[in-house]
Design a binder for this molecule. Structure first.
Ligand code: HEM
Length: 405
């Protein structure tokens, strides 16, 4: 068999089914050098986990170039004490008790979306539900009026389209961010003067060691939230629903036992998580698989491959919510990899572990229970599959017929 080459990542085969290529890389070239984009790619579970846990050696400053020109500096690109300081200010608003207060907004968002589609028999669940829900939820949590949903959706999409794109698109993204900052400025001023219970107010008043965020930092963080929490949750739910719809026995099993939603969502994040690659930059020279990687090199960690590593998960390319080698509970920042049970890494791991992991899970589980499981006789009408690009993998359409045999 020929060796994996860099052309494989842009091939049709990879786009439709990246698993064989990842498998071959894990077996033969666990440290792969991409000579075109000059970056090293790691594909084994153990390697990916070690890099994500070692934030001293591996920096997230790879995000500077991609994000800063559009929405300024965010915690994503910070390392060490500066990152911890900023994360400690905002993270509590996304986990634990805060989540309980958010459930009503998620339910309200699901109701608003399902009202709009209840009359249609043939719909695309991506266009009508998964694309819209995460942005509607973030808007509601922030405390932005419902009427401005579309504005936030449009701004989020323009910023997203700018990331890693041409200078013209980056300019467009930067103007969308400025427009959003102008929109947010009076809301932030009003929350400073009189606090409320919404997310903007929490962010404005959040402190760690007496420090809080400046207005400019808040604008950047909120724009970042649109892209960090929008398309990821959208595709996380879409890929999950694809798993349930393409094997109706899985959907039926969830209808019979809604508690199964939690484990089947975990299994979907493992096999079909939306983010398949992340990258880091080395702070020092490192030795990996007998190769010396210079300081300031880009190291890509392939989450998609790690999550389908056969040395960790049996029959890893099979979607099996009943497997006993995957940790099925709510994910952990430090990861879990012991006694034959391991966590998936779809939310990353370590200091930059996804801040919205509990919110994303809540949205996915609630919209599945409150919407999908209640739609009678729903079936896919086309043979669709997730498609891989370099950083993400998602099913772009879920055409279904509702109420028809
Ligand atoms: C299924 C949905 C989601 C997936 C798969 C996902 C995935 C990820 C991953 C892999 C990272 C780590 C990036 C890195 O290490 O370089 C991350 C970070 C982050 N995520 Fe998520 N995410 C999801 C939903 C959300 C939501 C709903 C929010 C908030 C509304 C959110 C906010 C963030 C933030 C703020 C970070 C940066 C954390 C830091 O740098 O300290 N994410 N996410």
């Amino acid at each position: 068999m020929r060796q994996v080459s860099i052309e494989d990542f842009s091939s049709e085969d990879y786009r439709h089914n990246p698993f064989p290529i990842w498998r071959q890389m894990r077996d033969e070239q666990p440290l792969f050098y991409d000579s075109v984009d000059k970056r090293w790619i790691l594909t084994r579970y153990e390697d990916v986990m070690s890099v994500l846990r070692d934030h001293t050696t591996y920096s997230t400053r790879t995000y500077v170039e991609r994000f800063q020109p559009i929405f300024g500096r965010t915690l994503a690109e910070l390392d060490g004490a500066r990152h911890i300081r900023e994360r400690t200010i905002v993270a509590p608003a996304f986990v634990g008790k805060s989540l309980i207060g958010y459930e009503q907004f998620i339910t309200r968002s699901i109701e608003r979306i399902s009202e709009k589609i209840s009359m249609h028999n043939d719909i695309d669940l991506v266009k009508t539900v998964t694309n819209i829900l995460p942005s509607t939820v973030i808007t509601a949590l922030l405390g932005i009026p419902e009427n401005d949903d579309d504005l936030v959706f449009e701004i989020g999409n323009t910023i997203l389209a700018a990331i890693g794109n041409s200078p013209e698109m980056v300019n467009r993204g930067a103007s969308a961010h400025r427009r959003f900052a102008d929109y947010l400025a009076p809301i932030i001023a009003s929350r400073r003067a009189s606090p409320t219970s919404d997310l903007i107010s929490r962010i404005v008043h959040a402190e760690s060691d007496g420090q809080s965020l400046t207005d400019e930092e808040i604008f950047s963080f909120i724009s970042f939230l649109l892209v960090a929490g929008g398309p990821t949750t959208d595709t996380g739910i879409a890929n999950y629903w694809w798993n349930l719809l393409s094997d109706p026995s899985q959907l039926e099993a969830c209808r019979d036992n809604p508690e199964r939603i939690t484990r089947s969502f975990s299994e979907s994040l493992r096999r079909d998580g939306p983010i398949i690659n992340e990258d880091r930059m080395t702070n020092v020279e490192v030795e990996l698989h007998g190769v010396t990687i210079p300081k300031d090199s880009v190291v890509v960690i392939c989450l998609g491959s790690a999550n389908t590593d056969e040395s960790v998960f049996a029959e890893p390319e099979t979607f099996n919510p009943d497997r006993n080698d995957l940790y099925m509970g709510v994910e952990r920042k430090g990861g879990i990899h012991e006694n034959g049970v391991s966590g998936h890494m779809a939310f990353g791991l370590g200091s930059h572990f996804c801040m919205g992991y509990q919110l994303a899970r809540k949205e996915a589980e609630m919209v599945t229970a409150q919407y999908l499981l209640n739609v009678p006789k729903i079936k896919l009408t086309e043979d669709v599959h997730p498609e891989a690009r370099f950083f993400d993998r998602f099913v772009g359409r879920l055409p279904v017929a509702i109420g028809k045999r």
